[in-house]
Design a protein around this ligand. Structure first.
Ligand code: FES
Ligand code: FES
Length: 167
């Protein structure tokens, strides 16, 4: 048995037949071939599958595809525009915010909502804000800097230095 749903994915409206048991992350990756959204655990622990659903960051392994009916979904593939990279993508690039990159799409989608709600977060607010997203490579410092950089870019403030720190 399948059910028809309609979603808007990265600006494109589409109708799909889905099985009621299908997880949203599998719909995105396997049915729609948007593989930038990763699966790290399938048990809502790692945040690698984080996307935006109606502007809220959601772990897409915790949601059924049929629950997304009528909703607007943005994945990492939807961040850049013809104008260039999204500020959060630029932040990660300029601040070396990734090593293997597995956590990065989910981290960036989480950060987009964080900055939407609070464009000038403190370091502590950023660390709390991304505490549901795990990174096993970077030690988080450069991820925090990437988010601070994106916040400054969004606010139109002077951009923080991206020189590496040697301790
Ligand atoms: S794959 Fe969804 S939280 Fe880990
Ligand atoms: S960059 Fe490898 S897990 Fe985060």
């Amino acid at each position: 048995m399948t059910k028809e749903i309609t979603i808007t994915l990265n600006g494109e409206k589409q109708s799909l037949e889905v099985e009621p048991r299908l997880l949203l992350v599998h719909l995105i990756r396997e049915n729609l071939n948007q593989t930038g959204t990763h699966i790290g655990c399938d048990t809502s622990s790692c945040g690698a599958c984080t996307i935006l659903v109606d502007g809220k960051s959601i772990k897409s392994c915790t949601m059924l595809a049929i629950q997304a009916d009528g909703k607007e979904i943005i994945t990492v593939e939807g961040l850049a525009t013809t104008e260039g990279l999204h500020p959060i993508q630029e932040g990660f690039k300029e601040n070396h915010g990734l090593h293997c990159g597995f956590c990065t799409p989910g981290m960036m989608m989480r950060a987009v909502e964080l900055l939407e709600n609070n464009p000038n977060p403190t370091e502590e607010e950023i660390r709390w804000g991304i505490s549901g997203n795990l990174c096993r490579c970077t030690g988080y410092n450069n991820i925090v800097k990437a988010i601070q950089y994106a916040g400054a870019k969004i606010r139109g403030d002077e951009l923080p230095s991206t020189e590496p720190e040697f301790v």
